[in-house]
Every structure is written in structure tokens, then in C-alpha cells.
Write a protein that binds this ligand. Structure first.
Ligand code: HAM
Length: 429
């Protein structure tokens, strides 16, 4: 019986790896030019860390196991709790603001579907220690900066932004109890993902009072910040949250990315720890799940035993992004890294060792080089050189045996020159 890969996982053959590297290299370059430093953590942590802090949805999707010491562990479904744990550990030594990024491999036992798998890569950028929503603006800018450099435009993607602080204050104003908030958030997060009747049914389960439900439904139908101001009435907390959103949009405008962004009260986020501005990025043309999601989390560090320091950040997975890049033809120059600089061929079997020696020397000189194991005639070797997209073919033939000279063939023009080995290693032809 042929062994199959596990459901929801991917095999990365070289052509898939080229796409993965295309995505990951772009993430890393963007993070660095936006001033973030890379970190990573372990692939598994204590199960309790996610059960307590990530929220019910992620807790139900954990790959958990018991180790030999009877400790309950889980493969990481996200890296934000690890980040909080690591920052807490060195809190006094780290200069603030802390701007870190990471590209972890994550696992969630989700039902595999288009754009959602059980194992995926996720780019994270987080800023710790900045209260002002300038930090949220910077995180959003960084995500948009990446997407724009892939070739996506404001016709393709939209950043939908809202605020948990706003939602919390309005829900409180409507009479929803503080300890019910997380349950209500989890339902509101599903609004755009399930049919309207199903959503109303789910809401009924967490909010029994009909008049409160009506207010919530009215709130969720609000489309502008100005309309929200009316709903908020004189509630000070809600007003402050609206002001904060207005300031955020102003920063995004100054940064030149406002055309990508819009206010959307429907953005709630599934994770439990968000406390302020929240956002998700979508592909405009189709019904795929979010490309990216993030927001402000004020309590995660203190919940893990650290000081109360605010943080904001986001995560972008490689799955939906990969689908979008593929459909829009934006995977470019994928084979650039694979392209050989030199292929060393030999015209006579007796010269194979010379070819191997020259190829090894070229590699040591930092040139991407290969040669044929089998030989089998110059024609065959030149064909192999073309398949491997070699820029130049070095031919060790009769001239080498007689005068120590080699032929260097330019594979695109077909031009050939004859030079000594010493001249070849000057690399000026
Ligand atoms: P999240 O919304 O759970 O947030 O995930 C962020 C992104 O990761 C999603 O928008 C999606 O692109 C990708 N993603 C999530 N689950 C899957 C899956 N099963 N398959 C493929 N891609 C997936 C977080 O994880 C937060 N920790 C992000 C964050 C960082 N917030 C603050 N800092």
C-alpha cells in the first residue's frame, strides 16, 4: 500500500519550494526594511498556554499530546503566546519599542478547505510597548507594503479595520455583561462567514434578550464611523474608541496606504486576547478567508506573569496568499535561484576527472556550477546544461589535452571562446 500524506499537510517538491521561498523571502525583506528583527521559538509549548489565552476556537483545533513526563503539550497553532512568553523573560533587558518578526510553521486541526490547511506558514510582525495607534498603523503599513511589492493593488486587496474597544464599550452600553463579551465576540466574528439566519440563531444562544439582539444587529449593519458616533450617544468610552480609529486612519493616510483601508464593524477576530484596534486583509475578488489578521492586545504579557505592556501585531498565512498570487500571475522569477552559472562538460571520457576538478573549483569560487555524472557525448551534456538553464558551458575537450585550453560557450548567444583555465578563473569574460 502506498503511504499517503496526512490530510491538510503539503509536500513541497522543488517547484513548490520555489513558491514558498518567494513568499517567505518577500516577508523577511519587508520586515527588515520596516525595522523588525527576526525571532523564533519552539515548535511545541505547554498546552495550557493556548487553552487559556488563544480562545475556544483555537483551543478546539490543537494538536495536543502527552510527553514521557506526563506533561500536556501542543504543537504551536500561533506564535503570539510564545512571543509574549519570550518578551516577558527578558523584559528588563529589551530596549523598547520591541519590533520583532517571525515566520513560524504552525499547525491547527482545522477542517481542510481552500486556503485553510492543518499545517501552514505564517508571517508575524509585532510591536511591543507603544500605546499610540501609530504602532497599529505601522503594522498595517508593513502588511500592505509586502502585498504591494508582490504586485497587488488596491483593486485586489482591502484592509478591513475595526476596534474591540469600540465594540466592547458599545456592547456594554447595550447592557451585555463583561463576562459574556468573549462569547459574543466569537459569534460576531462569524457574521460574514455564515448565512444571516444561522448568525441570528448563534446570537440568540449567547444573547437571550431580544431588544439587546436588535441593537447588536443594528450595530453590525453600521457602515461608517460617523453613524457609529450616533449609536454611541454620550458614552465616553465609545467616543474615545471612535476617536482612536479616526487617528489611525489619519496615520494610514499620511503613510500613503489609506486607499487600501476601510472601516468595517464586522471585523471582530476569532482570538480572545485582542483588546483594541483589529483588522483583517481580504482579496476583493473572491470569497476566500482572510489573507492576514491582527490587532492590539493589551493583556497577554501580563496574563503570562509579566508587566502590563501593550502590544500590537498581525499574522499572514501562506495559503490564501499563495492562491491569490497564483491566480493573478504574480509568482515571478521563481527559478532565478536554481539557474546555473556554469555547466562543465567533457568531450572525452578520459577528461571526466578534469571536468569534476574544474566544477569543484568553480563552486569554491562561489559560482553555481554542475556537471554530468554520466557524460554520454557532448550533445547530451549541452542539452543537460540547457535544461538546467546554465548561463555558460565550460567544455573540456581536445584543446585541453593538447594546450591546456578550455572552451567557454555562452548558452544564450551560442558564442564560444577558447581560453586557459587561469583566464577562466579571472571571471572577466
Ligand atoms: P489568525 O487570524 O488566527 O491570527 O491567523 C492569521 C492568518 O494566518 C490568517 O488570516 C490566515 O492567513 C492564516 N491562517 C490561520 N489559520 C490558518 C490555516 N489553518 N491554514 C492556513 N492559514 C491559516 C493569529 O494567528 C494571530 N496570532 C496573529 C497576530 C500576531 N496577532 C497579533 N500578532
Amino acid at each position: 500500500m502506498k503511504i499517503q500524506p496526512v490530510k491538510g499537510t503539503r509536500d513541497f517538491y522543488p517547484e513548490d519550494m520555489a513558491k514558498r521561498n518567494f513568499i517567505v523571502d518577500g516577508w523577511k525583506k519587508t520586515s527588515i526594511r520596516n525595522g523588525f528583527a527576526e525571532f523564533d521559538g519552539p515548535i511545541f509549548e505547554y498546552l495550557a498556554m493556548y487553552q487559556q489565552k488563544s480562545g475556544d476556537e483555537i483551543a478546539s483545533q490543537l494538536f495536543a499530546f502527552e510527553d514521557r513526563g506526563e506533561r500536556m503539550l501542543a504543537i504551536r497553532p500561533e506564535i503570539t503566546p510564545t512571543l509574549a512568553r519570550m518578551v516577558n523573560q527578558r523584559i528588563n533587558a529589551l530596549a523598547r519599542p520591541i519590533k520583532w518578526f517571525s515566520v513560524p510553521r504552525l499547525c491547527r486541526a482545522e477542517r481542510p478547505q481552500k486556503g485553510r490547511l492543518r499545517e501552514f506558514f505564517q508571517w508575524n510582525v509585532d510591536i511591543i510597548g507603544v500605546e499610540d495607534c501609530l504602532a497599529d498603523a505601522e503594522v498595517i503599513f508593513c502588511a500592505v507594503d509586502y502585498l504591494v511589492q508582490t504586485g497587488l493593488t488596491s483593486n485586489d486587496i482591502v484592509v478591513c479595520i475595526s476596534s474591540r474597544r469600540l465594540l466592547a464599550s458599545l456592547l456594554e452600553y447595550f447592557g451585555i455583561e463583561q463576562d459574556q463579551l468573549n462569547k459574543v465576540y466569537a459569534v460576531l466574528d462569524k457574521k460574514s462567514k455564515v448565512p444571516a439566519e444561522a448568525f441570528e440563531e448563534m446570537l440568540k444562544e449567547v444573547v437571550a434578550d431580544e431588544s439587546k439582539r436588535e441593537k447588536i444587529l443594528k450595530l453590525m449593519a453600521t457602515e461608517s464611523l460617523t453613524a457609529l458616533e450616533d449609536l454611541a450617544g454620550n458614552d465616553e468610552k465609545a467616543k474615545k474608541a471612535v476617536e482612536e480609529l479616526a487617528r489611525l486612519f489619519n496615520y494610514l493616510n499620511i503613510m500613503g496606504v489609506a486607499e487600501y483601508c476601510k472601516f468595517d464593524i464586522g471585523i471582530v477576530r476569532g482570538l480572545a486576547y485582542y483588546t483594541g484596534i483589529v483588522f483583517e486583509i481580504y482579496d476583493k475578488s473572491q470569497q476566500l478567508r482572510a489573507i492576514c489578521g491582527g490587532g492590539r492586545y493589551d493583556n497577554l504579557l501580563s496574563d503570562f506573569g509579566g508587566p502590563k505592556i501593550t502590544a500590537t501585531g498581525c499574522g499572514m498565512g501562506d495559503c490564501v496568499l499563495g492562491i491569490v498570487l497564483e491566480e493573478k500571475g504574480l509568482f515571478k522569477n521563481l527559478n532565478e535561484n536554481q539557474r546555473l552559472e556554469y555547466f562543465v562538460a567533457y568531450a572525452e571520457d578520459g577528461l571526466q576527472n578534469e571536468a569534476i576538478r574544474i566544477a569543484a573549483k568553480l563552486r569554491q569560487a562561489g559560482k553555481k556550477t554542475d556537471f554530468s555524472y554520466k557524460g554520454g557525448g557532448l550533445g547530451k551534456q549541452l542539452k543537460q546544461a540547457s535544461t538546467l538553464m546554465a548561463a555558460k558551458c565550460v567544455i573540456v575537450g581536445q584543446e585541453f589535452s593538447q594546450k591546456g585550453e578550455i572552451i567557454v560557450k555562452d548558452m544564450s548567444s551560442g558564442e564560444q571562446i577558447i581560453i586557459t583555465e587561469k583566464e577562466l578563473f579571472k571571471f572577466n569574460i
